[in-house]
Write a protein that binds this ligand. Sequence first.
Ligand code: ADP
Ligand code: MG
Length: 293
Amino acid sequence: ATPTALMVGTGRGAQLGILIKVPEVLETTRAVDTVVLDKTGTVTTGRMELLAVRTAGAVDADRALRLAGALEHASEHPVARAVASAAAERTGPLPAPEDFANVPGLGVRGTVEGHALLVGRPRLLEQQGIDLPAALAEARAAAEAGGRTAIAVAWDGEARALLEVADAVKDTSAEAVRRLRALGLTPLLLTGDNRAVAEAVAAEVGIEEVVAEVMPEDKVDVVRRLQEEGRTVAMVGDGVNDAAALAQADLGLAMGTGTDAAIEAGDLTLVRGDLTAAADAIRLARRTLATIR
Ligand code: ADP
Ligand code: MG
């Protein structure tokens, strides 16, 4: 492609809300046949809400929410924000955790009011040898079957509560998937969230291929594996945990509403965080190249 055509493409991109870092990436889009979509914050709004608190035995729901919220207040994760803000709203200003550690892809741990706390995927508790009691295991199954994410809360070595959180699919996501398909791309949903939630979201937007329960450091391997199968891969993401996959993809598209890490790793930025701009970007690139041939 001539530099002039690429500049024209870049200018048109800006009008569509697409920032093109290096115009030469427009060339790559011609060959793209697969588009990997991060779930949380990309296909969904990423604004999680707390929908229910279930507890085991005589545990008080507000007490469990308060302890969990105090710890989550120290985390930036969308789940953490939902838990911390619901806790503060229902129970007032939260105590500061005495210590705090993020466990990427799983949750958080730390000490609040003298209790050693774990908040996160049930798998985080299992890793410490803590099982869910029957009442919470049932609540988990029901939440996940309904497409909600189940967050377990344990303190002093026992699982005591289960929080149900969910966010909404962006209203443009289904249309974006239709348009990506119309451009001949196969969409694939990629997430660290549990399989049932991922499949509910995929069904809602019309995606058939789902890779769920992926640890943050393994997202890049999913992209690499597709490339090894001979596919040319575009990846759309917003999170810190998407950065390596965005860099590995043949074409990395970062949500402008996402983290700096994702934006730095991507080739293009979708300024408004609207997935339909991903289809615009690919269509624009193909047109720009067609004009000059
Ligand atoms: P994704 O953004 O694709 O959902 P993550 O790797 O960030 O993936 O997280 C995977 C899962 O781990 C989340 O869906 C959530 O269930 C759990 N998780 C991660 N961080 C936290 C946290 N701070 N609090 C509670 N749960 C968390
Ligand atoms: Mg995300």
